[in-house]
Design a binder for this molecule. Structure first.
Ligand code: WT7
Length: 571
């Protein structure tokens, strides 16, 4: 069934005519929006905060923060001073210098943002970690990046295996009662730190963010983004988020995820807008209350969250005044047409899907306010970006043919490298200068792109990317498990859930208690979101003759589909 397209929203949009701009735009033009274009002095945190603190935006609210205990607001001038202080603290206590990897492992609080901005002002590379990570996940990332410094809280510090991390020199703690023999006490250092700072100016290609992300094989890989990405952070915040001077913008993502740094920090602040940040757990009530209380006008969230809100019922939405909303967007997984229709009904707004990846560093394929939306489509490439569907040889395919979604190299926010792994980095590219995404998709006759699935076995659960190999590796560390194969199983709310097929070692009994124990083992060893929701015991798992678990066969079993070619399977 063909769904009806949602018509263009009339109004004054930053990108008023997609076609015109698409044909004429080039990225050099966008550089003129930055002070470094004139001064030659470049730093993304300066552009995001300090430059506004020196203009009419000085006393404008840069940050509204709230969680269940705190409710605060900070002007651009205050953000400048507090991030300067944070920079001085980490410089004076941990000697943080340009190029150092500094990790933040803490929940969202204003301090997290002062520290990230402060570290960037020193030219350090910031590696954000989800607070849900357990010891194994923390260790892999700090080890691979050879991080010198980590900032965390008293609740999380025990998950850092200090003895196994020879490069880790300093642990900075944000919280009360810090043992100053072992750790640096951030809050008391802040009291006496200076508000003045000499910013470290960097090159366009110097490191800014290091985001670890999962693939279908191997350990998580460190995707390095550089300062020049700010060009695209800014430009997409203008065109796609459509941010204007009076907007109150809310991105619901945690900075452990690239959306939470690029569109939770840089995008909104580079445009000088008022940014809302909410800490704590998701609840439909508190989310709607946030929109009502702050008068949120531009809202960027994810399909899983919209589906959960939808599940909480229309009666609930109707209890809140959400009339401030002007522009609503989504990212992370396929946005179901049903959710788009629900959004049109309850918010009276179209939800604009956007597509990008950790590796691409910013939005690439999007629905704009000045464009007709076809529910279920990710939209069209942003000006300055050329997208195509290619086959295994990198040949462009005509409309409606399914293939690998590819982007022509040369957009400013593209990852600079994979940390310590040039080979992995190279594997993303095909002849013809194509960056190949690993998403299968097709393009229609109007140039809209339609997502079909992952080419590889990567699982998307509640918008989080989980590598099956990582979960399998953790599973087989459990004494009862001989073999494990992990797949994503379709789920109406979470997109996919993690399902593990497990073969037990001799002498272990397949019981429900054991399933629970295994689940807990992954949860405590890796992360809660990586723990399988379903576990199925099997005597044997399907493997190739070379011993590789055939996840495709597991998936076919699960979904009752034909198993396809089994010629490589062992007898
Ligand atoms: C993968 C990237 C950059 C933040 C998003 C998550 C999937 C992303 C969409 C969308 C369908 C989407 C793709 C992509 N994805 N956006 N609009 N429609 N799928 O970043 O963790 O790097 O995951 O998320 O499969 O490859 P990530």
């Amino acid at each position: 069934m063909k769904l009806e397209a949602l018509p263009v929203v009339k109004g004054d949009h930053n990108l008023s005519s997609y076609e015109d701009v698409y044909t004429s735009f080039n990225w050099e033009e966008a550089e003129k929006n930055f002070t470094w274009y004139e001064t030659g002095k470049l730093n993304a945190a300066y552009e995001a905060i300090d430059r506004h603190a020196e203009t009419f935006r000085k006393n404008k609210i840069a940050l509204y923060y709230r969680d269940s205990k705190r409710q605060e607001k900070y002007t651009y001038k205050e953000m400048k001073e507090l991030s300067n202080k944070a920079a001085n603290v980490i410089k004076n206590t941990a000697n943080v210098e340009k190029g150092d990897r500094l990790f933040v492992f803490m929940p969202r609080t204003p301090e997290l943002y002062f520290i990230v901005l402060g570290a960037v002002k020193l030219g350090a590379i910031v590696g954000p970690l989800f607070e849900a990570f357990m010891e194994g996940a923390v260790k892999d990332r700090l080890e691979d990046s050879e991080a010198r410094v980590i900032v965390t809280t008293p609740e999380l510090v025990n998950r850092i295996p200090v003895d196994e991390l020879p490069h880790l020199e300093h642990i900075i703690i944000v919280g009360e009662d810090v043992d100053t023999e072992k750790h640096i006490d951030f809050l008391s250092e802040m009291e006496t730190a200076s508000k003045e700072l000499d910013i470290v100016w960097v090159e366009k290609t110097d490191g800014l963010l290091l985001h670890y992300t999962s693939g279908s094989t191997g350990k998580p890989k460190g995707v390095l983004h550089i300062h020049q990405a700010m060009i695209q952070h800014y430009q997409t915040a203008k065109w796609v988020l459509d941010i204007k001077e009076d907007d109150v913008y809310w991105c619901t993502a945690d900075p452990g995820w690239v959306t939470g740094t690029v569109y939770g920090i840089f995008g909104p602040w580079l445009t000088g807008s008022t940014n809302v940040i909410v800490g704590g757990r998701f609840s439909p009530e508190s989310w709607y209350q946030t929109i009502e209380d702050y008068g949120v006008t531009v809202w960027y969230s994810a399909p899983t969250a919209f589906r959960m809100l939808m599940g909480a019922g229309d009666d609930l939405v109707n209890q809140y005044d959400l009339s401030s909303l002007r522009h609503v967007l989504s990212v992370g997984e396929p946005l179901n047409p049903e959710v788009v229709r629900w959004g049109a009904k309850v918010f009276n707004k179209r939800i604009h899907d956007t597509w990008w990846m950790t590796e691409t560093g910013a939005q690439l394929i999007c629905n704009y306010p000045s464009m007709e939306i076809k529910p279920g489509s990710m939209g069209k490439p942003i000006p300055g970006v050329q997208a195509a569907i290619v086959d295994e040889k990198g040949q462009e395919l005509p409309p409606y043919r399914m293939g690998n979604l590819a982007i022509k190299k040369g957009w400013p926010s593209m990852m600079h490298t994979i940390w310590n792994n040039q080979e992995k980095y190279d594997s993303y590219f095909m002849p013809g200068e194509w960056y190949v995404s690993g998403d299968s998709a097709y393009m229609d006759e109007d140039g809209y792109f339609w997502f079909q699935g992952r080419v590889d076995d990567v699982i998307m659960t509640s918008g989080e990317r989980v590598g099956p190999f990582e979960v399998e590796s953790k599973l087989i560390e459990h004494p009862a498990i001989a073999e494990a194969g992990v797949i994503g199983k379709p789920d109406p709310v979470r997109g996919e859930i993690i399902k593990a097929f497990v073969a037990l070692r001799e002498g272990y009994e397949a019981t429900d208690e054991l399933k629970e124990e295994i689940r807990l083992f992954v949860k405590e060893g890796l992360a809660a979101h990586a723990a399988p929701r379903e576990i199925e015991f099997r005597d044997k798992l399907p493997k190739t003759r070379s011993g590789k678990i055939m996840r495709r066969v597991l998936k076919a079993w699960e979904l009752d589909l034909p198993t396809g070619d089994l010629s490589t399977m062992e007898d």
